[in-house]
Unconditional design. Structure first.
Length: 335
């Protein structure tokens, strides 16, 4: 696995699945002395048990005078810039909490909470946008002179129409070998390697009001990003309800590799913001029912089963699409 920041492209989350990622997460942010998902709540003792990013459980008491702020998510999947006050009693299991101050001296300054429900809604909104800017299907025509394809979608809610694909010079062309075991096992190919009838997965930017997609990434061979709601986790298999089709898919993940993005809260000049993000490995047991997840894999449409190279969850540690220093959405690209 590789460390580093991510290049600025128009596509972003798949790319968290297909992209370069880090083996280790960023250091604990300066603003959070303690942080993690709420694992347990003692309302009488005003105590939270938090599960941090390593899986370690710790309990912390929140004094009655400690201000607690709730961060809500915008429709764009970002943390709202206007937090609101909330009560201890409103904190729920699986909410994400950042506690600031001197823990050892028991001098806490504030707690910041992102409700689990806000995260799930943000993930669903993100998935809908994702679906509109990707296509998986077979190539109908290739126009080499103008670098255009037409693709007949194979996964759609209604009878699909062919999608016209523009291929700018900077498009990435990739394929996975039959021996692939991880999501970063893709290798480069050329535009000339595409043929009519090939199955391709394409990410890009949809031109408003048209069936035209300006591509950023073309994956040949049947591998695609499958977005859905996590229904069940068992051993080396996950069951998801696929966005767009509503199908329930049983996906085998032989490698049992799971990842999440790691955007975290940090305190910058008194304002809580998200830092830059990278992927990190997590335990399959850390996946939560109801999460929006992305499986990189192939499916058998006749049996609604498939095989995946990994599953990605927690789109942003606090549930949002990370933003880089230039105000653009962070991207993960193939290396």
């Amino acid at each position: 696995m590789k460390n580093g920041l991510w290049n600025n492209c128009a596509f972003y989350l798949l790319i968290l699945a297909f992209g370069s990622y880090a083996q280790n997460e960023p250091n604990k942010s300066a603003g959070c002395a303690k942080g993690g998902a709420v694992f347990g709540i003692d309302p009488l003792g005003r105590t939270l048990m938090l599960k941090d990013r390593t899986g370690y459980l710790t309990s912390i008491e929140l004094p009655s005078e400690l201000p607690i702020w709730k961060l809500q998510m915008t429709e764009a999947g970002q943390v709202s810039s206007t937090p609101v006050r909330m009560k201890f009693e409103e904190i729920l299991t699986n909410d994400l909490v950042c506690i600031e101050g001197d823990i050892d001296a028991k001098k806490l300054s504030k707690a910041t909470v992102v409700p689990r429900g806000e995260l799930e809604q943000s993930q669903r909104n993100f998935a809908l946008k994702w679906q509109s800017e990707s296509v998986f299907g077979s190539i109908l025509t290739i126009d080499a002179a103008s670098r255009k394809l037409t693709v007949m979608p194979m996964v759609a809610q209604s009878s699909p129409s062919p999608t016209e694909i523009n291929l700018p010079a900077e498009v990435l062309f990739r394929t996975y070998p039959s021996t692939a075991m991880r999501i970063n096992d893709a290798g480069p190919i050329r535009f000339e390697d595409l043929q009519t009838g090939d199955r391709v997965y394409i990410r890009g930017r949809r031109m408003s009001g048209t069936p035209i997609l300006d591509a950023n990434l073309v994956i040949k061979g049947g591998m695609r990003a499958i977005l859905g709601t996590l229904l069940e986790v068992g051993g080396a298999q996950v069951r998801i309800r696929e966005y767009g089709t509503g199908r329930t898919l049983a996906m085998s993940i032989p490698s049992t590799l799971a990842y999440r993005t790691t955007a975290e809260l940090k305190d910058t000049s008194g304002a809580v913001k998200l830092d830059e993000s990278r992927l990190a490995m997590i335990r399959v047991s850390d996946l939560q029912i109801g999460d929006t997840v992305l499986v990189v894999g192939t499916t058998d449409d006749n049996s609604n089963t498939g095989n995946g190279l990994g599953v990605v969850a927690h789109f942003g540690y606090f549930g949002s699409s990370p933003i880089d220093g230039g105000g653009q959405q962070i991207t993960w690209i193939l290396k």
